[in-house]
Design a protein around this ligand. Structure first.
Ligand code: COI
Length: 356
């Protein structure tokens, strides 16, 4: 057990929030968790009111980019229990990112107890409505006050919460990106590091001015093989087979991606993690065998794609009433809300509550 010092917010902001109409990423809950690493040990575990923190202008994360983060969600079950979805898998990925970025890993008890402390403090912020959740954002930054490049000795680990609705409210129009690249073999594409998102902004903003929601990245050398979307992983369905690009260094190992793979296999679908070329997708479409395409992510959940555009020519995918993407999304939501059995043991129980 870690000893967490609690400084409660004098006033809650919760009455200002319209939980029936939650946008994504705006409604930060009242508290945040912070821990410091001083080169020797993790210490100063504390909960404090959500808000600005004083930082030195020479902080190494702001200049040399040692900054990693995670995303996960806390849910209110139909029995009013509070659970976090797959926190140990998120921690594993966070510490893999930490290793790749030469950062200090987070001990399991600091991570999980920090998450639970935020959920307990801000339990009323965890919505009951379908499609909503308390998004939890753990992040780790290098805090050496130093001008020069080396792995930082000091770190700050924080977790804040944000009450969220859907990240995407529409089916997605996607541009297959063949000019810019997100990741190369041997690079940091697999790490959930801030720079990966910054470097994606330029191509994404061009795609958005062209009317697309997102880009679908391709390999950096030939722009021939599909990788991932800027915000999520990518799947196609052909018959009874789901196909997703293999996560072998340039693709983020999405927790929702893995949940969809495990769930689909349990439901009898064949799932292939492998190279998918643009030519293969076009050929499947020409043969009438491209049944669905969809995105997966903590924020995106399972989001159907209605258009894939490649060098100005679009593949249009029809919306289906009983789509496999929709079925997988509902099943995942039901597991998280304790409406269906959690066969995989994905939910980490935090507490039982009285309120809905
Ligand atoms: C997530 O899905 O949790 C992410 O970090 C992606 C981001 C677009 C919000």
């Amino acid at each position: 057990m870690i000893d967490i010092k609690i400084n409660e917010a004098p006033v809650s902001r919760i009455s200002e929030v319209d939980f029936s109409n939650l946008a994504f990423g705006k409604e930060f809950s009242d508290h945040m968790f912070i821990a410091d690493y001083d080169g020797i040990e993790w210490k100063n575990f504390r909960i404090q009111p959500y808000g600005p923190i004083p930082l030195s202008p020479a902080l190494s994360c702001m200049h040399y980019g040692q900054a990693i983060f995670e995303g996960m969600k806390a849910y209110r079950g139909i029995d009013n229990s509070i659970q976090i979805f797959r926190p140990y898998d998120n921690l594993k990925r966070m510490n893999e990112s930490a290793e790749r970025m030469c950062m200090q890993p987070i001990p399991e008890e600091v991570y999980v107890e920090g998450l639970k402390a935020v959920c307990r403090m801000d339990e009323k912020w965890i919505p009951a409505n379908e499609g909503s959740a308390l998004y939890l954002r753990p992040f780790l930054i290098a805090t050496d006050d130093f001008l020069g490049i080396h792995p930082s000795r000091n770190y700050m680990f924080m977790i804040y919460g944000c009450a969220v609705g859907a990240y995407y409210n529409e089916t997605l129009k996607i541009k297959i990106e063949t000019e810019f690249a997100r990741a190369v073999k041997g690079g940091v594409g697999e790490a959930k590091t801030a720079g990966n998102y910054a470097s994606a902004l330029y191509a994404t903003s061009i795609a958005q001015t062209e009317g697309f929601h997102q880009v679908l990245w391709t390999d950096a050398f030939e722009h021939k093989y599909l990788e991932e979307l800027g915000s999520s992983n990518f799947f196609i369905l052909s018959g009874n087979t789901l196909i997703t690009p293999a996560a072998n260094g340039t693709v983020l190992k999405g927790i929702t991606r893995d949940s969809v793979i495990q769930l689909a296999r349990k439901l009898g679908y064949k799932v292939e993690e492998r190279l998918i070329s643009i030519d293969e997708v076009i050929a499947l479409n020409n043969e009438g065998k491209l049944d669905e395409a969809f995105a997966t992510g903590t924020a995106a959940t399972v989001s159907p794609i209605c258009e894939l555009s490649y060098q100005g020519v679009s593949i249009h995918l029809k919306h289906k009433e009983n789509s496999v993407a929709g079925m997988l999304k509902n099943k995942l939501e039901n597991i998280k809300r304790c409406k269906e059995e959690d066969f995989f043991g994905w939910n980490e129980k935090v507490m039982m509550t009285q309120t809905a």
